[in-house]
Design a binder for this molecule. Structure first.
Ligand code: DP6
Length: 325
């Protein structure tokens, strides 16, 4: 009998053009395309083991046994893999992150990318990058962007098959660094999955979506041409637009703390004085401050001196999800 186990590693990613709202919530087909870069040095490592003796799927996350909704979400992906591989065995899944949860870095993206790869490999499937990206997307939308390498684009797509991510440039293309200013590591009230459903209750969401193709074009060109100034302004605009939608949805989602705004204002002021730096913020209070590698220490120092910033996590551009031998 073949060995039905595999271990995979995947990086989390930070979005430059954000995914917020779905055309199809069950399949996680987004209302707009998005861009991100993988975060090097930070990863989820996931082992999947299909075993005869199991009566149900099991999930161990950072050494804790998970039941309920967390397990169901994993089983959903395992079911899809079992269907594709014509396999009837349950699996033991153990996953760990090397970055703190609540650090403002979506752990679900890395976790589901690693799960899609490890589970399909363990089941004996040989899925190509596109099929893996689609499988990962079913677990967590942004996870599809953690499958390919470096700077990745996720096309919105009209159907399940045409909504996936691909690399537009490898990690070496541009030496960018994400300095994550941690403002609070407490658990956020309303997570992304619920947030995507609330997006359409904001009257601003329609405008955000209809202008998305324009922002996508500007962002893609800026990345490919390493045009920092244009990149900075379009990414900040896109983040601000998403937060405007969040703040005006029903119920309203306010993720920012006073220190979040303080970091945003400081970053804008530093850029006005010539420092290559900009911010982008996901569904939480922490601020991702993007700069060039050569300016990382300077940006880190400046951030550390701001009131309300607890600590800084740094990450360069990461590669694709991969199998660990
Ligand atoms: C604000 O991918 O975490 O980080 O599909 O429900 O798991 P689910 O949502 P998720 O949403 C990410 C939202 C975001 C923006 C982004 O990463 O594009």
């Amino acid at each position: 009998m073949s060995i039905r186990t595999a271990t995979a590693l995947a990086h989390p990613n930070i979005a430059f053009i954000k995914y917020w709202g779905n055309r199809d919530h069950d399949l996680r087909i987004p209302v707009n395309g998005s861009f991100s870069m993988n975060l090097a040095g930070l990863f989820a490592e996931t082992q999947v083991f299909f075993r005869e003796e199991l009566q149900q799927d099991q999930l161990i996350l950072n050494r804790n046994k998970i039941r309920g909704a967390g397990l169901t979400r994993i089983s959903h992906i395992l079911d899809e893999v079992r269907r594709k591989a014509n396999l009837q065995l349950y699996a033991e899944v153990s996953s760990k992150n090397n970055f703190p949860t609540g650090a403002g870095i979506a752990s679900s993206a890395a976790a589901f990318a690693a799960l899609a790869l490890a589970a399909s490999k363990a089941a004996g499937l040989d899925l190509d990058e596109r099929a893996l990206s689609i499988l990962a997307r079913h677990g967590s939308g942004s996870a599809c962007r953690s499958i390919p390498s470096g700077f990745t684009e996720w096309t919105d797509g009209k159907t399940d098959e045409d909504s996936y991510s691909f690399s537009i440039a490898p990690p070496e293309h541009w030496d960018l660094v994400d300095c994550v200013a941690i403002i609070s590591s407490g658990h956020k009230g309303i997570g992304s999955t619920q947030g995507h459903r609330l997006a359409e209750t904001s009257p601003l969401q329609k405008a955000r979506i209809s202008d998305a193709p324009r922002r996508i074009e500007i962002c893609r060109k800026a990345i490919l041409e390493r045009d920092f100034e244009t990149f900075a302004s379009i990414v900040e605009k896109d983040s601000d637009l998403m937060h405007a939608v969040m703040m005006t949805s029903n119920p309203a989602l306010f993720y920012w703390k006073p220190a979040t705004l303080h970091v945003m204002e400081s970053v804008r002021a530093w850029r006005a004085k010539g420092l290559p730096v900009f911010y982008t913020i996901d569904a939480g209070p922490n601020v991702h401050v993007i700069t060039l590698k050569e300016k990382m220490n300077e940006v880190k120092r400046k951030l550390e001196n701001l009131e309300g910033v607890q600590k800084i996590l740094t990450a360069g551009v990461g590669g694709a999800a991969r199998i660990l031998e």
